[in-house]
Design a protein around this ligand. Sequence first.
Ligand code: SAM
Ligand code: SF4
Length: 496
Amino acid sequence: MDTSKQNLLDKMIKRDEITRYYTNGRDFIDDELIMRQLEAGKKNTDPARIRDILAKSLAVETLEPEETAALLYVTDPELRKEMEETANAIKHKVYDNRIVTFAPMYISSHCINRCRYCGFSADNPNQKRRCLTMDEIKAEAEAMTGIHGHKRVMAVYGEHPMTGAEFIAESLDAIYSVNVKTRHGNSNVRRINVNAAPLSIDDLKIVQQAGIGTFQVFQETYNHKVYAQMHPADTVKGDYGWRLTCMHRAFDAGIDDVGLGVLFGLQPDWRFEVMGLITHARELERFVGIGPHTFSVPRMHAASGSDVANSPSTFTDDNFIHAVTVLRLSVPYTGLIVTARETAELRDRCLDLGITQMDASTRIDIGGYSQRNTTQKMDEQQFMLGDPRTLEQMIVDLARKGIITSFCTAGYRCGRTGGCIMDALKTGKEGTFCKINAVLTYREWLDDFASPESVKICEPVIQQELKAIEETYPLFYPNVLERYNRICAGERDLYF
Ligand code: SAM
Ligand code: SF4
Protein backbone atom coordinates (compact mmCIF):
# COMPACT_ATOMS: atom_id res chain seq x y z
CA MET A 1 0.00 0.00 0.00
CA ASP A 2 1.42 3.45 -0.84
CA THR A 3 2.20 5.82 2.02
CA SER A 4 -0.52 8.38 1.27
CA LYS A 5 -3.20 5.67 1.42
CA GLN A 6 -1.74 4.27 4.64
CA ASN A 7 -1.70 7.77 6.14
CA LEU A 8 -5.38 8.26 5.28
CA LEU A 9 -6.31 4.94 6.89
CA ASP A 10 -4.27 5.78 9.99
CA LYS A 11 -6.04 9.13 10.23
CA MET A 12 -9.57 7.79 9.81
CA ILE A 13 -9.40 4.46 11.62
CA LYS A 14 -8.82 4.64 15.37
CA ARG A 15 -7.21 1.27 16.06
CA ASP A 16 -7.80 1.36 19.81
CA GLU A 17 -11.51 2.02 19.16
CA ILE A 18 -11.65 -1.36 17.45
CA THR A 19 -9.51 -3.58 19.62
CA ARG A 20 -11.07 -2.48 22.92
CA TYR A 21 -14.22 -4.32 21.80
CA TYR A 22 -12.38 -7.54 20.94
CA THR A 23 -12.00 -10.59 23.15
CA ASN A 24 -8.54 -12.17 23.17
CA GLY A 25 -7.65 -10.08 20.14
CA ARG A 26 -10.56 -11.38 18.03
CA ASP A 27 -13.81 -9.84 16.88
CA PHE A 28 -17.12 -11.42 17.83
CA ILE A 29 -17.88 -12.98 14.45
CA ASP A 30 -16.38 -16.46 14.46
CA ASP A 31 -16.98 -17.70 10.91
CA GLU A 32 -16.20 -21.29 11.80
CA LEU A 33 -18.57 -21.28 14.75
CA ILE A 34 -21.37 -19.93 12.53
CA MET A 35 -20.64 -22.66 9.96
CA ARG A 36 -20.88 -25.26 12.73
CA GLN A 37 -24.14 -23.78 14.01
CA LEU A 38 -25.54 -23.92 10.49
CA GLU A 39 -24.43 -27.53 10.06
CA ALA A 40 -26.12 -28.46 13.35
CA GLY A 41 -29.27 -26.57 12.34
CA LYS A 42 -29.44 -28.36 9.02
CA LYS A 43 -29.58 -31.72 10.79
CA ASN A 44 -32.23 -30.64 13.24
CA THR A 45 -35.40 -29.59 11.40
CA ASP A 46 -37.71 -32.10 13.02
CA PRO A 47 -41.25 -30.56 12.88
CA ALA A 48 -41.82 -30.98 16.64
CA ARG A 49 -38.62 -29.06 17.39
CA ILE A 50 -39.44 -26.35 14.86
CA ARG A 51 -42.86 -25.90 16.48
CA ASP A 52 -41.21 -25.56 19.91
CA ILE A 53 -38.97 -22.85 18.49
CA LEU A 54 -42.00 -21.06 17.02
CA ALA A 55 -43.69 -21.12 20.43
CA LYS A 56 -40.61 -19.47 21.93
CA SER A 57 -40.66 -16.74 19.26
CA LEU A 58 -44.33 -16.13 19.88
CA ALA A 59 -43.50 -15.56 23.54
CA VAL A 60 -41.25 -12.70 22.26
CA GLU A 61 -38.05 -14.43 23.29
CA THR A 62 -34.80 -14.03 21.37
CA LEU A 63 -33.79 -17.34 19.81
CA GLU A 64 -30.48 -19.13 20.34
CA PRO A 65 -28.25 -19.29 17.22
CA GLU A 66 -28.85 -23.06 16.91
CA GLU A 67 -32.60 -22.40 16.83
CA THR A 68 -32.25 -19.74 14.15
CA ALA A 69 -30.04 -22.11 12.14
CA ALA A 70 -32.71 -24.83 12.26
CA LEU A 71 -35.37 -22.42 10.95
CA LEU A 72 -33.09 -21.48 8.07
CA TYR A 73 -33.13 -25.06 6.79
CA VAL A 74 -36.88 -25.72 6.90
CA THR A 75 -38.03 -26.76 3.43
CA ASP A 76 -41.40 -28.39 4.11
CA PRO A 77 -44.02 -25.99 2.62
CA GLU A 78 -46.48 -26.58 5.49
CA LEU A 79 -43.85 -25.76 8.12
CA ARG A 80 -42.67 -22.75 6.15
CA LYS A 81 -46.28 -21.55 6.14
CA GLU A 82 -46.49 -22.01 9.92
CA MET A 83 -43.28 -20.03 10.29
CA GLU A 84 -44.71 -17.18 8.21
CA GLU A 85 -47.97 -17.18 10.16
CA THR A 86 -46.06 -17.07 13.44
CA ALA A 87 -43.85 -14.25 12.13
CA ASN A 88 -46.97 -12.27 11.25
CA ALA A 89 -48.55 -12.99 14.65
CA ILE A 90 -45.41 -11.74 16.45
CA LYS A 91 -45.42 -8.56 14.39
CA HIS A 92 -49.02 -7.89 15.44
CA LYS A 93 -48.27 -8.68 19.06
CA VAL A 94 -45.22 -6.42 19.25
CA TYR A 95 -45.87 -3.75 16.62
CA ASP A 96 -49.61 -3.93 16.11
CA ASN A 97 -51.34 -3.17 12.83
CA ARG A 98 -49.08 -0.51 11.40
CA ILE A 99 -46.26 0.23 9.02
CA VAL A 100 -43.95 3.10 9.78
CA THR A 101 -42.95 5.08 6.72
CA PHE A 102 -39.90 7.14 5.82
CA ALA A 103 -37.88 8.19 2.78
CA PRO A 104 -34.14 8.32 2.17
CA MET A 105 -32.44 11.62 1.39
CA TYR A 106 -29.24 10.98 -0.52
CA ILE A 107 -26.99 13.89 0.34
CA SER A 108 -23.69 13.05 -1.32
CA SER A 109 -22.40 10.52 -3.85
CA HIS A 110 -18.73 11.34 -3.30
CA CYS A 111 -16.92 8.35 -1.88
CA ILE A 112 -13.32 7.37 -1.23
CA ASN A 113 -14.15 3.66 -1.00
CA ARG A 114 -14.29 1.17 -3.84
CA CYS A 115 -16.98 -1.30 -2.82
CA ARG A 116 -17.37 -3.58 -5.81
CA TYR A 117 -21.18 -3.62 -5.72
CA CYS A 118 -21.85 0.12 -5.43
CA GLY A 119 -22.41 2.78 -8.09
CA PHE A 120 -20.74 5.37 -5.82
CA SER A 121 -17.44 3.46 -5.83
CA ALA A 122 -14.46 5.77 -6.42
CA ASP A 123 -13.53 3.35 -9.19
CA ASN A 124 -16.67 4.25 -11.17
CA PRO A 125 -15.87 7.08 -13.60
CA ASN A 126 -19.44 7.10 -14.97
CA GLN A 127 -21.07 8.31 -11.75
CA LYS A 128 -22.09 11.97 -11.96
CA ARG A 129 -21.16 13.01 -8.44
CA ARG A 130 -22.81 15.64 -6.35
CA CYS A 131 -22.85 16.85 -2.75
CA LEU A 132 -25.82 18.99 -1.74
CA THR A 133 -25.27 22.43 -0.22
CA MET A 134 -27.18 23.30 2.96
CA ASP A 135 -29.71 25.27 0.87
CA GLU A 136 -30.17 22.31 -1.44
CA ILE A 137 -30.64 20.03 1.57
CA LYS A 138 -33.37 22.36 2.83
CA ALA A 139 -35.00 22.29 -0.62
CA GLU A 140 -34.99 18.48 -0.51
CA ALA A 141 -36.54 18.50 2.97
CA GLU A 142 -39.18 21.00 1.79
CA ALA A 143 -40.11 18.73 -1.11
CA MET A 144 -40.12 15.55 1.00
CA THR A 145 -42.25 16.95 3.77
CA GLY A 146 -44.20 19.57 1.80
CA ILE A 147 -45.11 17.60 -1.35
CA HIS A 148 -45.22 14.04 -0.04
CA GLY A 149 -45.86 14.62 3.66
CA HIS A 150 -42.89 12.68 5.03
CA LYS A 151 -41.97 13.19 8.68
CA ARG A 152 -39.07 10.71 8.89
CA VAL A 153 -35.99 10.97 6.75
CA MET A 154 -33.06 8.62 6.36
CA ALA A 155 -30.05 10.82 5.52
CA VAL A 156 -27.53 8.88 3.39
CA TYR A 157 -23.90 9.80 2.68
CA GLY A 158 -20.95 8.29 0.83
CA GLU A 159 -17.71 8.24 2.82
CA HIS A 160 -15.62 11.29 2.04
CA PRO A 161 -13.71 14.01 3.93
CA MET A 162 -16.30 16.47 2.51
CA THR A 163 -19.06 14.71 4.44
CA GLY A 164 -17.51 14.06 7.84
CA ALA A 165 -19.27 14.32 11.20
CA GLU A 166 -19.44 18.15 11.23
CA PHE A 167 -21.07 18.14 7.81
CA ILE A 168 -23.52 15.42 8.85
CA ALA A 169 -24.47 17.41 11.96
CA GLU A 170 -24.92 20.59 9.92
CA SER A 171 -27.09 18.77 7.39
CA LEU A 172 -29.31 17.39 10.18
CA ASP A 173 -29.78 20.96 11.46
CA ALA A 174 -30.69 22.09 7.95
CA ILE A 175 -33.32 19.37 7.57
CA TYR A 176 -34.82 19.98 11.02
CA SER A 177 -35.03 23.74 10.30
CA VAL A 178 -37.57 23.28 7.49
CA ASN A 179 -41.26 23.86 8.19
CA VAL A 180 -43.78 23.96 5.35
CA LYS A 181 -47.35 25.27 5.29
CA THR A 182 -49.87 22.64 4.24
CA ARG A 183 -53.59 22.58 3.38
CA HIS A 184 -54.70 22.55 7.01
CA GLY A 185 -51.56 22.98 9.09
CA ASN A 186 -47.84 22.52 8.62
CA SER A 187 -45.38 19.74 7.95
CA ASN A 188 -41.79 19.16 9.02
CA VAL A 189 -39.22 16.40 9.36
CA ARG A 190 -39.37 15.21 12.96
CA ARG A 191 -36.87 12.39 12.96
CA ILE A 192 -33.71 11.89 10.94
CA ASN A 193 -32.05 8.52 10.88
CA VAL A 194 -28.56 8.40 9.42
CA ASN A 195 -26.94 5.83 7.14
CA ALA A 196 -23.30 6.74 6.90
CA ALA A 197 -19.84 5.28 7.24
CA PRO A 198 -18.60 4.11 10.64
CA LEU A 199 -17.32 7.02 12.73
CA SER A 200 -15.03 7.45 15.71
CA ILE A 201 -16.48 7.96 19.18
CA ASP A 202 -15.74 11.71 19.09
CA ASP A 203 -17.41 12.07 15.69
CA LEU A 204 -20.40 10.03 16.81
CA LYS A 205 -20.83 12.42 19.75
CA ILE A 206 -21.04 15.32 17.27
CA VAL A 207 -23.75 13.55 15.28
CA GLN A 208 -25.58 12.51 18.43
CA GLN A 209 -25.80 16.11 19.60
CA ALA A 210 -27.39 17.13 16.30
CA GLY A 211 -30.41 14.95 17.12
CA ILE A 212 -29.94 11.70 15.27
CA GLY A 213 -32.70 9.07 15.35
CA THR A 214 -31.32 5.66 14.40
CA PHE A 215 -27.68 5.28 13.37
CA GLN A 216 -27.54 2.69 10.59
CA VAL A 217 -24.46 0.96 9.27
CA PHE A 218 -24.79 -2.26 7.29
CA GLN A 219 -21.98 -4.78 7.63
CA GLU A 220 -22.76 -5.85 4.01
CA THR A 221 -21.38 -9.33 4.70
CA TYR A 222 -20.33 -10.90 7.99
CA ASN A 223 -18.11 -13.42 6.21
CA HIS A 224 -14.52 -12.20 6.67
CA LYS A 225 -13.28 -13.67 3.38
CA VAL A 226 -16.13 -12.35 1.24
CA TYR A 227 -15.80 -8.98 2.98
CA ALA A 228 -12.14 -8.82 1.94
CA GLN A 229 -13.03 -9.72 -1.66
CA MET A 230 -15.65 -6.95 -1.91
CA HIS A 231 -13.77 -4.15 -0.14
CA PRO A 232 -10.16 -3.45 -1.21
CA ALA A 233 -7.74 -3.53 1.72
CA ASP A 234 -6.32 -0.09 0.92
CA THR A 235 -9.71 1.58 1.58
CA VAL A 236 -11.26 2.61 4.90
CA LYS A 237 -14.17 0.30 4.29
CA GLY A 238 -11.68 -2.52 3.71
CA ASP A 239 -11.25 -2.65 7.50
CA TYR A 240 -13.80 -5.23 8.64
CA GLY A 241 -13.20 -4.53 12.34
CA TRP A 242 -13.69 -0.76 12.06
CA ARG A 243 -17.12 -1.39 10.55
CA LEU A 244 -18.10 -4.27 12.83
CA THR A 245 -17.40 -2.34 16.03
CA CYS A 246 -19.05 0.92 14.98
CA MET A 247 -22.24 0.20 16.94
CA HIS A 248 -20.20 -0.43 20.08
CA ARG A 249 -18.68 3.01 19.55
CA ALA A 250 -22.13 4.48 18.92
CA PHE A 251 -23.32 3.23 22.32
CA ASP A 252 -20.17 4.55 23.96
CA ALA A 253 -20.87 7.92 22.30
CA GLY A 254 -24.39 8.03 23.73
CA ILE A 255 -26.34 6.87 20.66
CA ASP A 256 -28.59 4.11 21.95
CA ASP A 257 -30.64 3.52 18.80
CA VAL A 258 -28.86 1.57 16.10
CA GLY A 259 -29.76 -0.28 12.91
CA LEU A 260 -27.96 -3.30 11.47
CA GLY A 261 -28.12 -4.77 7.98
CA VAL A 262 -26.50 -6.98 5.40
CA LEU A 263 -26.48 -6.73 1.64
CA PHE A 264 -28.20 -9.92 0.59
CA GLY A 265 -27.07 -11.36 -2.73
CA LEU A 266 -23.46 -10.36 -2.25
CA GLN A 267 -22.50 -13.94 -1.59
CA PRO A 268 -24.41 -17.21 -2.16
CA ASP A 269 -24.55 -18.24 1.51
CA TRP A 270 -27.46 -16.04 2.64
CA ARG A 271 -28.01 -18.19 5.72
CA PHE A 272 -24.58 -17.17 7.00
CA GLU A 273 -25.63 -13.51 6.76
CA VAL A 274 -28.79 -14.11 8.80
CA MET A 275 -26.64 -15.79 11.45
CA GLY A 276 -24.22 -12.85 11.32
CA LEU A 277 -27.03 -10.39 11.94
CA ILE A 278 -28.42 -12.26 14.90
CA THR A 279 -24.93 -12.78 16.32
CA HIS A 280 -24.37 -9.03 16.09
CA ALA A 281 -27.73 -8.35 17.78
CA ARG A 282 -26.86 -10.76 20.61
CA GLU A 283 -23.41 -9.19 21.00
CA LEU A 284 -24.97 -5.72 21.42
CA GLU A 285 -27.38 -7.15 23.99
CA ARG A 286 -24.38 -8.60 25.82
CA PHE A 287 -22.42 -5.35 25.53
CA VAL A 288 -25.02 -2.81 26.66
CA GLY A 289 -28.19 -4.80 27.25
CA ILE A 290 -29.79 -3.22 24.18
CA GLY A 291 -30.31 -4.92 20.85
CA PRO A 292 -30.63 -3.15 17.50
CA HIS A 293 -33.76 -1.07 16.88
CA THR A 294 -33.92 -2.29 13.28
CA PHE A 295 -32.60 -4.85 10.86
CA SER A 296 -32.44 -3.79 7.22
CA VAL A 297 -32.44 -6.40 4.51
CA PRO A 298 -31.21 -4.59 1.41
CA ARG A 299 -30.61 -6.85 -1.54
CA MET A 300 -28.05 -6.10 -4.21
CA HIS A 301 -29.50 -4.50 -7.34
CA ALA A 302 -28.02 -3.31 -10.62
CA ALA A 303 -25.55 -0.45 -10.15
CA SER A 304 -23.54 1.78 -12.45
CA GLY A 305 -20.03 0.49 -13.17
CA SER A 306 -20.28 -2.60 -10.94
CA ASP A 307 -19.30 -6.07 -12.17
CA VAL A 308 -20.67 -7.68 -9.00
CA ALA A 309 -24.07 -5.90 -8.87
CA ASN A 310 -24.75 -6.45 -12.56
CA SER A 311 -24.03 -10.19 -12.51
CA PRO A 312 -26.86 -12.68 -12.00
CA SER A 313 -27.39 -13.55 -8.34
CA THR A 314 -28.39 -16.91 -6.88
CA PHE A 315 -30.33 -15.19 -4.09
CA THR A 316 -33.99 -15.73 -5.02
CA ASP A 317 -37.22 -14.06 -3.90
CA ASP A 318 -37.99 -17.22 -1.94
CA ASN A 319 -34.62 -16.96 -0.13
CA PHE A 320 -35.48 -13.34 0.65
CA ILE A 321 -38.87 -14.31 2.08
CA HIS A 322 -37.25 -17.09 4.13
CA ALA A 323 -34.57 -14.73 5.49
CA VAL A 324 -37.12 -12.06 6.47
CA THR A 325 -39.31 -14.65 8.18
CA VAL A 326 -36.42 -16.09 10.19
CA LEU A 327 -35.21 -12.65 11.26
CA ARG A 328 -38.67 -11.77 12.56
CA LEU A 329 -38.84 -15.07 14.44
CA SER A 330 -35.31 -14.84 15.83
CA VAL A 331 -35.34 -11.33 17.28
CA PRO A 332 -39.03 -10.57 17.74
CA TYR A 333 -38.64 -7.04 19.15
CA THR A 334 -36.46 -5.65 16.37
CA GLY A 335 -38.01 -3.58 13.57
CA LEU A 336 -37.59 -4.89 10.03
CA ILE A 337 -37.11 -2.56 7.09
CA VAL A 338 -37.75 -3.60 3.47
CA THR A 339 -36.90 -0.75 1.12
CA ALA A 340 -38.03 0.29 -2.35
CA ARG A 341 -35.08 -1.66 -3.75
CA GLU A 342 -37.66 -4.49 -3.93
CA THR A 343 -40.74 -4.57 -6.17
CA ALA A 344 -44.17 -3.58 -4.84
CA GLU A 345 -45.29 -7.24 -5.17
CA LEU A 346 -42.44 -8.57 -3.05
CA ARG A 347 -42.82 -5.81 -0.46
CA ASP A 348 -46.53 -6.56 -0.21
CA ARG A 349 -45.69 -10.22 0.32
CA CYS A 350 -43.31 -9.21 3.14
CA LEU A 351 -46.16 -7.44 4.92
CA ASP A 352 -47.40 -10.88 5.94
CA LEU A 353 -43.99 -11.80 7.38
CA GLY A 354 -43.81 -9.12 10.02
CA ILE A 355 -41.94 -6.22 8.46
CA THR A 356 -42.40 -2.89 10.25
CA GLN A 357 -41.01 -0.11 8.04
CA MET A 358 -41.23 0.80 4.35
CA ASP A 359 -40.06 3.83 2.40
CA ALA A 360 -42.15 5.38 -0.37
CA SER A 361 -41.94 8.17 -2.97
CA THR A 362 -38.31 7.13 -2.88
CA ARG A 363 -35.68 9.07 -4.85
CA ILE A 364 -32.06 8.07 -4.49
CA ASP A 365 -30.58 10.49 -7.02
CA ILE A 366 -28.97 13.46 -5.27
CA GLY A 367 -31.50 16.31 -5.25
CA GLY A 368 -34.18 14.10 -6.82
CA TYR A 369 -37.11 15.26 -4.64
CA SER A 370 -36.75 19.01 -5.23
CA GLN A 371 -36.01 18.52 -8.92
CA ARG A 372 -39.17 16.43 -9.06
CA ASN A 373 -37.36 13.76 -11.05
CA THR A 374 -39.54 10.86 -12.06
CA THR A 375 -37.16 8.62 -13.99
CA GLN A 376 -34.17 6.69 -12.70
CA LYS A 377 -30.76 7.29 -14.22
CA MET A 378 -28.21 4.55 -13.58
CA ASP A 379 -25.21 6.93 -13.50
CA GLU A 380 -26.80 9.36 -11.07
CA GLN A 381 -27.71 6.99 -8.28
CA GLN A 382 -26.19 4.26 -6.18
CA PHE A 383 -28.29 1.38 -7.59
CA MET A 384 -31.67 0.85 -9.28
CA LEU A 385 -34.98 0.79 -7.36
CA GLY A 386 -37.81 -1.72 -7.78
CA ASP A 387 -40.85 -0.01 -6.23
CA PRO A 388 -41.77 3.36 -7.78
CA ARG A 389 -44.94 3.90 -5.70
CA THR A 390 -45.62 7.34 -4.29
CA LEU A 391 -46.30 7.62 -0.59
CA GLU A 392 -49.98 8.19 -1.36
CA GLN A 393 -50.18 5.05 -3.52
CA MET A 394 -48.50 2.99 -0.83
CA ILE A 395 -50.70 4.35 1.94
CA VAL A 396 -53.81 3.54 -0.09
CA ASP A 397 -52.52 0.03 -0.89
CA LEU A 398 -51.90 -0.54 2.82
CA ALA A 399 -55.31 0.88 3.76
CA ARG A 400 -56.98 -1.57 1.38
CA LYS A 401 -55.38 -4.33 3.48
CA GLY A 402 -56.60 -2.66 6.69
CA ILE A 403 -53.08 -1.52 7.66
CA ILE A 404 -52.47 1.95 9.09
CA THR A 405 -49.40 3.91 7.99
CA SER A 406 -47.66 5.60 10.89
CA PHE A 407 -45.62 8.79 10.80
CA CYS A 408 -45.02 8.56 14.53
CA THR A 409 -41.72 10.02 15.68
CA ALA A 410 -42.68 10.37 19.33
CA GLY A 411 -40.64 7.52 20.77
CA TYR A 412 -37.33 9.19 20.16
CA ARG A 413 -38.51 12.62 21.25
CA CYS A 414 -40.05 11.25 24.47
CA GLY A 415 -36.87 9.35 25.30
CA ARG A 416 -38.43 6.00 24.43
CA THR A 417 -35.29 4.67 22.75
CA GLY A 418 -32.60 2.14 23.50
CA GLY A 419 -33.24 -0.05 26.54
CA CYS A 420 -36.45 1.78 27.28
CA ILE A 421 -38.02 1.00 23.91
CA MET A 422 -36.72 -2.58 24.00
CA ASP A 423 -38.53 -3.18 27.29
CA ALA A 424 -41.66 -1.46 25.99
CA LEU A 425 -41.62 -3.62 22.86
CA LYS A 426 -40.97 -6.83 24.74
CA THR A 427 -43.90 -6.19 27.06
CA GLY A 428 -46.21 -4.88 24.34
CA LYS A 429 -46.42 -1.38 25.94
CA GLU A 430 -44.90 0.42 22.96
CA GLY A 431 -47.80 -0.84 20.85
CA THR A 432 -50.19 1.29 22.91
CA PHE A 433 -48.40 4.59 22.34
CA CYS A 434 -47.67 3.73 18.75
CA LYS A 435 -51.24 2.79 17.98
CA ILE A 436 -52.47 6.14 19.25
CA ASN A 437 -49.66 8.11 17.61
CA ALA A 438 -50.25 6.29 14.35
CA VAL A 439 -53.85 7.49 14.37
CA LEU A 440 -52.88 11.09 15.19
CA THR A 441 -50.20 11.27 12.48
CA TYR A 442 -52.37 9.46 9.91
CA ARG A 443 -55.10 12.07 10.52
CA GLU A 444 -52.57 14.84 9.91
CA TRP A 445 -51.41 13.27 6.67
CA LEU A 446 -54.92 12.57 5.38
CA ASP A 447 -56.00 16.14 6.07
CA ASP A 448 -52.86 17.70 4.57
CA PHE A 449 -51.94 15.49 1.64
CA ALA A 450 -54.53 12.89 0.60
CA SER A 451 -56.81 13.26 -2.42
CA PRO A 452 -60.56 12.90 -1.77
CA GLU A 453 -60.45 9.41 -3.35
CA SER A 454 -57.61 8.35 -1.04
CA VAL A 455 -59.41 9.76 2.00
CA LYS A 456 -62.43 7.61 1.15
CA ILE A 457 -60.25 4.47 1.18
CA CYS A 458 -58.22 5.43 4.28
CA GLU A 459 -60.98 6.82 6.51
CA PRO A 460 -62.35 3.37 7.49
CA VAL A 461 -58.86 2.45 8.75
CA ILE A 462 -58.76 5.42 11.08
CA GLN A 463 -62.24 4.64 12.36
CA GLN A 464 -61.29 0.99 12.91
CA GLU A 465 -58.21 2.06 14.91
CA LEU A 466 -60.10 4.64 16.98
CA LYS A 467 -62.69 2.00 17.83
CA ALA A 468 -59.97 -0.45 18.88
CA ILE A 469 -58.37 2.22 21.10
CA GLU A 470 -61.73 3.01 22.69
CA GLU A 471 -62.41 -0.67 23.38
CA THR A 472 -58.95 -1.39 24.78
CA TYR A 473 -58.36 1.82 26.75
CA PRO A 474 -61.83 3.21 27.59
CA LEU A 475 -60.53 5.40 30.42
CA PHE A 476 -57.75 6.93 28.35
CA TYR A 477 -59.84 7.30 25.20
CA PRO A 478 -61.14 10.84 25.99
CA ASN A 479 -57.52 12.09 26.11
CA VAL A 480 -56.88 10.54 22.72
CA LEU A 481 -60.03 12.08 21.30
CA GLU A 482 -59.13 15.49 22.67
CA ARG A 483 -55.80 15.50 20.77
CA TYR A 484 -57.41 13.93 17.71
CA ASN A 485 -59.96 16.75 17.55
CA ARG A 486 -57.24 19.38 17.95
CA ILE A 487 -55.46 17.85 14.95
CA CYS A 488 -58.70 17.93 12.94
CA ALA A 489 -58.82 21.65 13.77
CA GLY A 490 -55.33 22.21 12.28
CA GLU A 491 -52.93 21.75 15.23
CA ARG A 492 -49.97 19.57 14.35
CA ASP A 493 -47.40 17.29 15.99
CA LEU A 494 -49.43 16.23 19.02
CA TYR A 495 -48.41 12.88 20.45
CA PHE A 496 -48.24 10.67 23.51
N1 SAM B 1 -21.40 4.86 2.29
C1 SAM B 1 -21.95 4.43 3.52
C2 SAM B 1 -21.60 3.00 3.78
O1 SAM B 1 -21.22 2.30 2.85
O2 SAM B 1 -21.73 2.59 4.91
C3 SAM B 1 -23.42 4.67 3.49
C4 SAM B 1 -24.22 3.65 3.00
S1 SAM B 1 -24.54 3.32 1.35
C5 SAM B 1 -24.85 4.85 0.61
C6 SAM B 1 -26.07 2.53 1.78
C7 SAM B 1 -26.12 1.05 1.61
O3 SAM B 1 -26.52 0.77 0.29
C8 SAM B 1 -24.84 0.25 1.75
O4 SAM B 1 -24.53 0.01 3.10
C9 SAM B 1 -25.17 -1.02 1.00
O5 SAM B 1 -25.71 -2.02 1.85
C10 SAM B 1 -26.27 -0.58 0.04
N2 SAM B 1 -25.88 -0.79 -1.36
C11 SAM B 1 -24.71 -0.52 -1.93
N3 SAM B 1 -24.72 -0.94 -3.22
C12 SAM B 1 -25.93 -1.49 -3.45
C13 SAM B 1 -26.53 -2.12 -4.58
N4 SAM B 1 -25.88 -2.28 -5.72
N5 SAM B 1 -27.80 -2.55 -4.46
C14 SAM B 1 -28.47 -2.40 -3.31
N6 SAM B 1 -27.96 -1.83 -2.21
C15 SAM B 1 -26.68 -1.38 -2.27
FE1 SF4 C 1 -19.00 4.30 -0.79
FE2 SF4 C 1 -20.90 3.24 0.77
FE3 SF4 C 1 -20.93 2.87 -1.88
FE4 SF4 C 1 -19.08 1.67 -0.46
S1 SF4 C 1 -21.32 1.33 -0.29
S2 SF4 C 1 -18.73 2.78 -2.36
S3 SF4 C 1 -18.71 3.18 1.13
S4 SF4 C 1 -21.18 4.77 -0.81
